[in-house]
Design a protein around this ligand. Structure first.
Ligand SMILES: O=C(O)CCC(=O)C(=O)O
Ligand SMILES: [Fe+2]
Length: 335
């Protein structure tokens, strides 16, 4: 049982055969045993990170009316600002506010008979007072997509699978998603749930966190480990679709954020690297795949191999007010 997260250096993957082999071995263990690690050597500069952090702080410092002007309650695509207390995880209120941003696309209103998850494609909402947020966030999505793509190839290679196996699933219209998040200290009721225990829905999450801390990873035995802030590193975790892809050999790991003490603020930016909404995630071939234990069976959280279904399951659960306003039919008919 590990006591701290492994730190992996992605630049080792292009530093010669021996360094690459060692990197892949460490990546394999981290992905299989913990499902979480810290990633350095990714090529994103301190300046790029600082620019994103700066514009994020500027966004949360806008008058509340300007943030609410782009509320996600306006968006059937779940894009925009969620005020503190409107998001739920594990049935309880999270104490954070956030801006959800995705790949900039036309709305795809599902025609009769088309799956409801097409609602997740659509335009973003941007704050009028902060035009640089749009350019900075969209370029962060581009830059991190490249890192995540390389990492996914390395990860598949590390378990002995064809590294390009899911390239088609990510082709043309990957469902990329960025969240700018603020944890504004502890809720008045003292609950301490910044965000409750959950797994991410897709393939890989690359998280930038500031220096406050509070992210915890479930070790599966009732205990957890803290993820201390490591300057310059991304915290990487595996989502449910990689568990589906490997028939449970790699696991999506539960994690949560404990609220900062008092009124201290914490900022974080998770980037979710996900395939096309209509990608059906076939099992990837790798040595001993037949001995994989199978995916987690949890009646309260079914895992869907059709990525869009897995994703909209999560949105309907986490954002009940948006779901009730725009998607009453999906709530009753299911995804
Ligand atoms: O803010 C964090 O550190 C983690 C956030 C998270 O797990 C999520 O939004 O899925
Ligand atoms: Fe998460």
């Amino acid at each position: 049982m590990i006591n701290e997260l492994p730190v992996l250096d992605l630049s080792a993957a292009s530093a010669g055969a021996e360094a690459r082999a060692r990197f892949r071995e460490a990546l394999h263990s981290a992905a299989r045993d913990v499902g979480f690690f810290q990633l350095t050597g990714h090529g994103i500069t301190a300046e790029e990170t600082a620019a994103l952090m700066r514009v994020m702080r500027d966004f949360f410092a806008l008058p509340e009316a300007e943030r609410l002007a782009i509320s996600n309650l306006n968006s059937p695509h779940f894009r925009g600002y969620t005020r503190i207390g409107d998001e739920r995880t594990g049935g309880s209120q999270d104490w954070r506010d956030q801006l959800d941003i995705g790949a900039e696309r036309e709305a795809h209103v599902p025609a009769p008979g088309e799956p409801g998850y097409w609602w997740l494609d659509g335009p973003n909402q941007w704050p009028a007072a902060l035009p640089e947020l749009r350019t900075t966030a969209l370029s962060w999505i581009d830059r991190l997509s490249e890192v995540a793509r390389r990492l996914l190839h390395e990860l598949l290679a590390s378990i002995g699978a064809p590294e390009d196996f899911y390239d088609d699933a990510f082709a043309d219209r990957p469902h990329l998603h960025l969240k700018l998040v603020r944890y504004p200290g502890t809720a008045p009721d003292g609950a301490g749930q910044g965000v409750g225990w959950h797994k991410d829905y897709g393939f890989l999450t690359l998280l930038l966190q500031d220096s406050v801390g509070g992210l915890q990873v479930d070790r599966g035995d009732g205990s957890y480990i803290d993820v201390p802030p490591l300057p310059g590193a991304f915290v990487v975790n595996l989502g449910e679709l990689l568990e589906v892809a490997t028939n449970g050999y790699l696991k999506a790991t539960n994690h949560r954020v404990v609220s900062p003490a008092g009124s201290r603020e914490r900022f974080s930016v998770p980037f979710f690297f996900n395939p096309r909404l209509d990608a059906r995630i076939e099992s990837v071939p790798f040595p001993h795949a037949d001995r994989a234990p199978g995916v987690t069976q949890d009646a309260t959280n079914p895992l869907f191999a059709e990525y869009g279904r897995n994703e909209i399951k999560g949105w309907l659960r986490a954002h009940p007010a948006v779901a009730r306003r725009h998607h009453a039919d999906l709530l009753t008919a299911g995804v």
